[in-house]
Design a binder for this molecule. Structure first.
Ligand code: ADP
Ligand code: ADP
Ligand code: MG
Length: 244
């Protein structure tokens, strides 16, 4: 326990929540979470020497299937911190339909996440998709097509649009992983307000065991409020000085 505190202190990791799993200091320590061998290879093939602080703490939390609100500076490796547990949890391709949904506030960010996901899923058989044209959604994953994808990456507008078609062009009833990247931007007040869309999307994810994670650069009240209201056994992780 003392050692855990020392590691957190050294890397500026602050945690809130009950029974927060210990941080890892090296990628090797992921072994205790039965990491898929192929996933581990893909992760190591990036050539990173050690996990970043957010990865040190968020990886164990998510690999233990806990709900997470994570705040860490831009450029600190948040993408791998959520993609790795998603991929490990899904294990292999299934034809039952989408099991993970990652939302980001802009198409460019969604593209970046999708690209990282393609690298990390290499040779695992898992299939990721990004909604580029809503008009192609029907043949991509509409009701009568064979369920092709495991992971969906998108901005919220498109997902909501597809959900609200009659009949809906997207089935989120089997989503096991629901991740918001740049959650502070997704939930901020103002013109491009995603909040309403997020509620529609979240409600369509009816799976009883879904894991939820929010990642952002800053700690903001709307995100914390939403997370505390909706999520049981929430773990909050902040890297560096808590802001806002
Ligand atoms: P964030 O989402 O926190 O802004 P990203 O996930 O986009 O950060 O990662 C920023 C950069 O850091 C990327 O180029 C990524 O490949 C790299 N990166 C990720 N993890 C590590 C690591 N453990 N060590 C060094 N660089 C890393
Ligand atoms: P985003 O803002 O997430 O990048 P887009 O602006 O590309 O998404 O498109 C999503 C929104 O645009 C939907 O909410 C929908 O209202 C509208 N839209 C896009 N394509 C179509 C279409 N083929 N038919 C009707 N509406 C569409
Ligand atoms: Mg990011």
């Amino acid at each position: 326990e003392e050692q855990v505190q020392a590691i957190r202190k050294e890397h500026g990791i602050t945690v809130l929540g009950k029974d927060v799993p210990a941080p890892i200091s090296t990628f090797d320590e992921l072994q205790q979470y039965k990491l898929l061998p192929r996933l581990k290879e893909n992760l190591l093939s990036f050539g990173f020497e050690q996990p970043t602080p957010i990865q040190m703490q968020a990886l164990p939390v998510l690999l233990k299937n806990r709900a997470l609100m994570a705040c860490a500076p831009t450029g600190s490796g948040k993408t791998l911190a959520f993609l790795t547990p998603i991929i490990n949890g899904l294990r292999c391709h299934q034809t039952t339909g989408l099991r993970a949904l990652v939302l980001a506030p802009t198409r460019e960010l969604a593209q970046q996440i999708y690209r990282a996901c393609m690298e990390l899923t290499r040779s695992t058989g898992l299939r990721a998709h990004i909604i580029s044209k809503v008009s192609e959604a029907h043949q991509q994953y509409g009701p009568e097509c064979k369920q092709k994808y495991d992971i969906l990456v998108s901005t919220p507008n498109r997902v909501r649009f597809l959900l609200q078609q009659q009949p809906p062009l997207l089935d989120l009833s089997r989503i096991e992983w629901f991740v918001l990247d740049e959650a502070d931007r997704l939930m901020e007040d103002g013109k491009n307000n995603f909040k309403e869309q997020l509620d529609v999307i979240y409600e369509a994810c009816t799976h009883s065991q879904k894991r939820v994670a929010f990642f952002s650069a800053t700690y903001t009240v709307p995100v914390a409020k939403w997370a505390l209201r909706h999520l049981k056994q929430l773990v909050r992780v902040t890297i560096g000085v808590a802001n806002s």
